[in-house]
Write a protein that binds this ligand. Structure first.
Ligand code: PGA
Length: 261
């Protein structure tokens, strides 16, 4: 953590919780982190739970986020609604109460073919409708073992942030999530994570200048839990966490939030 960047802990609930369950979990989370200052908090339930969770979080210190949306680009214009059966657009999640959206999560890259160019389009759509993005990057185990971690993450950051002005980039959050650490119980060591975070920040300095790079929060994600959060968050360039499994248990999530405060 740094003295200048506000730490940010976000829960990624993935494809879990019905609206009823989500409202209950959100209420437990809000209660558990009530009054905790110096850290920003958000939870990201599935689309169908956004409208149920929004009123539960109103007036609390927990913000609401979504996990994805659909947007296409036609003749240089972003299209955020229309004939895309089964999809949900960014204005819809914003109106349902979301202020944030996770973009380019490795599960979306792996199972739904998301690309850096697609994430770039979604970042631009976020700023068009008034959402803030959490942009996920991270290497596969095979890429780490081949010594390509920094190269892979650099390509992702360059692709996702291509052409964006510094004042837009500054408001984005990046989540570094090594794919081999997600949902596996195998966390990156604080040193491994810090190394990649520092690399990302050097790259952001090259792309957007030192002041912007210093302002951008970089979360760590991948089996972060109540037991290991404090040592990860103690690293200079780790500015928070994107939490999967441990975010589904309010007491565990609250412990992580407090480790960030
Ligand atoms: P995990 O997931 O905490 O369950 O590893 C993190 C994520 O996928 O964002």
């Amino acid at each position: 953590m740094s003295p200048t960047r506000t730490p940010f802990i976000a829960g990624n609930w993935k494809m879990n919780t019905t609206p009823t369950e989500a409202a209950r979990l959100a209420s437990e989370v809000a209660e558990a982190v009530r009054g905790v200052a110096g850290v920003q908090v958000a939870v990201c339930p599935p689309f169908t739970s956004l409208a149920a969770v929004a009123p539960v979080l109103a007036g609390t210190n927990v913000a609401l986020g979504a996990q994805n949306f659909h947007v296409v680009e036609k003749d240089g214009k972003l299209v955020t609604s229309g004939a895309y059966t089964g999809e949900v657009g960014p204005k819809m999640i914003k109106d349902a109460g979301a202020g944030w959206c996770i973009l380019g999560h490795s599960e979306r890259r792996q199972f739904f073919g998301e690309t850096d160019a697609g994430v770039n389009r979604k970042i631009r759509a976020c700023f068009e409708v008034g959402l803030l993005p959490i942009v996920c990057v991270g290497e596969l185990l095979s890429e780490r073992e081949a010594g390509q971690t920094e190269k892979v993450v650099e390509t992702q950051v360059r692709g996702c942030f291509a052409g964006l002005p510094a004042d837009v980039a500054r408001q984005c959050v990046i989540a570094y999530e090594p794919v081999w650490a997600i949902g596996t119980g195998r966390t990156a060591t604080p040193e491994q994570a810090q190394e990649v975070h520092a690399h990302i920040r050097r790259l952001l300095t090259e792309l957007f200048g030192a002041a912007t790079a210093e302002a951008i929060r970089i979360q760590y994600g991948g089996s972060m839990n109540a037991a290991n959060a404090a040592e990860l968050l103690a690293q200079a360039d780790i500015d928070g966490g994107l939490i999967g499994g441990a975010a589904l248990k309010a007491p565990d999530f609250a412990t992580i939030v407090k480790a960030g405060a």
